[in-house]
Ligand binder design. Structure first.
Ligand SMILES: [Zn+2]
Length: 244
């Protein structure tokens, strides 16, 4: 009987041993599986060059645009842009370039882009071919006299465009550039409304329309720091529009 008990005890021990070995094996396999993704992550982050490239590719940009200037509000806009290291595109009216040539130079000297917004802001859908040409080319001449280059972007007044406007612009070497976000700051709806409109639905590549000329722009000036601070905190950079 005692032999049988020993045999039984021995059999029980060996079964516990087998269960124990299997359990250790399962735990080890589990640890190995858990370690695999961590190993891959470590390998990926050990390549600094590709990480930098990925960060650059992920950089988001917003295009700030200011129409109808230059005006006496332009220096205030420039000061705020400078404080945030931001660049913008200014669609200037030729008549205002003639009146404030030094402001057009200041805009450009601060690494902003100066582009064509016609001579006197007519609806380009309803002018003759000759008027269209003079509206664009006279503005070109005045900008060129100050900055030494001919603008290649044209923003039609009020964004009023059609196939004929696009065709006539192309014949003068111009690309039409509109916007995706209209703050309607010209109607002076209040600083907080301008801020809210500028920031709603903004995404990488958004073009925000504001005005540094054409009337009292104190609300636009007051709204700008909040717009820039918020977009910067969301990871956006600010650069000039391409005209090619
Ligand atoms: Zn305009």
């Amino acid at each position: 009987m005692s032999v049988d008990r020993r045999a039984l005890a021995s059999a029980l021990w060996s079964r516990r041993f087998i269960i124990g070995v299997v359990a250790i094996g399962l735990v080890a396999a589990g640890l190995a599986l858990a370690a695999t993704p961590r190993g891959k992550t470590a390998a990926a982050t050990s390549k600094p060059v590709s990480s930098v490239a990925a960060a650059q590719a992920a950089r988001k940009y917003v295009y700030l645009t200011f129409d109808d200037g230059p005006s006496t509000y332009t220096p205030q806009v420039l000061k705020i842009l400078r404080a945030y290291g931001a660049r913008a595109t200014f669609f200037e009216i030729g008549q205002n370039v003639a009146r404030y040539p030094y402001l057009t130079r200041q805009v450009y000297q601060q690494a902003n882009s100066v582009q064509n917004h016609t001579w006197s802001h007519p609806d380009l859908r309803h002018v003759s071919a000759a008027v269209f040409r003079s509206q664009v080319q006279k503005t070109d001449r005045y900008i060129r006299a100050q900055l030494g280059y001919t603008p290649s972007c044209l923003r039609p007044p009020d964004g009023s465009t059609n196939k004929q406007v696009t065709r006539r612009a192309a014949a003068l070497g111009k690309k039409i550039r509109l916007w995706t976000i209209d703050t309607r700051d010209w109607s002076r709806p209040g600083t907080s409304v301008i801020v809210r409109r500028a920031l709603a639905n903004v995404h990488n590549g958004s073009v925000i329309l504001m005005h540094d000329g054409g009337g009292n722009r104190s609300q636009t000036v007051a709204a700008l720091p909040t717009i820039l601070r918020t977009l910067k905190a969301r990871g956006f950079g600010f650069t000039t529009m391409s005209c090619t």
